[in-house]
Design a protein around this ligand. Structure first.
Ligand code: ADP
Ligand code: MG
Length: 257
């Protein structure tokens, strides 16, 4: 049986490139022939709209899964990318945490749901919200690894310790097999020394767990979501597309280590 890898894309800071990475890594994995499921776990629904779905018109979302109002099979729909499927999200998800208060085993809801379908995919990518809330805990508990995008900017390392602490807690209490997938640097600007300094600083702390591919700041990556397309379809030859393809190659290779 083929082995699936479930990757949570997490960082409690907003605007660091989680969604951009989740969407475009998934699209590149699919382009490489892998069968991929992307789970939008952010009430902002940017992954959902970024892949061309009308987020306020989708019938079923991750919210219905968490609230036990829909089976996971019924929430999965296709995207504009061959081989890439999605569980959408929208603003409804912002109410889930409150509604789950007092619910037994509420950290494991996504784990149990994903368990039913995971063997149909080679990669499952979960785009986390910008906080360390119950939804993120559900995502980390359901995952094999965590991919942490770090934006090359001055306050990049602020909050990283807290994120690593949370990952450690989840590993200890909820999901002992959770591993660090790695750090991916995003929005790198070769013209600034600051970008280089951030990269060097993180290397000191996280050493081996860093992807060689660095995602540059690229205008086309910023434009693609408003067209509802991943970068591979919006501008296949852009620097952004090339770099996410390289990242996907690295992720695929790591699978066999
Ligand atoms: N490499 C990049 N080059 C240019 N713009 C980017 C890049 N990565 C992300 N962006 C833009 O930066 C903003 C924040 O990125 P996003 O992926 O939504 O972050 P997050 O999901 O962590 O909040 C978005 O407008 C996105 O289009
Ligand atoms: Mg996002």
């Amino acid at each position: 049986m083929k082995k699936v890898r479930i990757i949570a894309v997490a960082n409690q800071k907003g605007g660091v490139g989680k969604t951009t990475t989740a969407v475009n890594l998934s699209a590149c994995l699919a382009e490489a022939g892998k069968k991929v499921l992307i789970i939008d776990a952010d009430p902002q629904g940017n992954t959902t709209s970024g892949l061309g779905l009308e987020k306020n018109n989708v019938e079923k979302t991750i919210y219905e899964i968490l609230l036990d109002e829909s089976s996971i099979e019924d929430t999965i729909v296709g995207t504009c990318v061959d081989g890439l499927f999605i569980i959408p999200s929208n603003i409804n998800l912002s109410g889930a945490e409150i509604e789950l208060i007092g619910r037994d085993k509420r950290e494991y809801i996504l784990t149990e749901a994903v368990g039913k379908i995971k063997n149909e995919y080679e990669f499952i990518i979960i785009d986390c919200p910008p906080s360390l809330n119950l939804i993120t805990i559900n995502a980390l508990t359901a995952s094999d690894t965590v991919l942490v995008p770090i934006q090359c900017e001055y306050f990049a390392l602020e909050g990283l310790e807290q994120l690593l602490h949370t990952i450690g807690l989840v590993k200890k209490r909820l999901n002992p097999s959770l591993e660090m997938e790695g750090v991916v640097f995003t929005m790198y600007d070769a013209r600034t020394n600051l970008s280089m300094e951030v990269v060097e600083e993180v290397k000191k702390d996280l050493g081996d767990n860093i992807y060689k591919t660095i995602i540059p700041r690229n205008v086309r990556l910023g434009e693609a979501p408003s067209h509802g397309l991943p970068i591979t379809m919006y501008d296949s030859r852009s620097k952004g597309a090339e770099s996410y393809r390289l990242l996907a190659e690295e992720v695929i290779e790591k699978e066999w280590n």
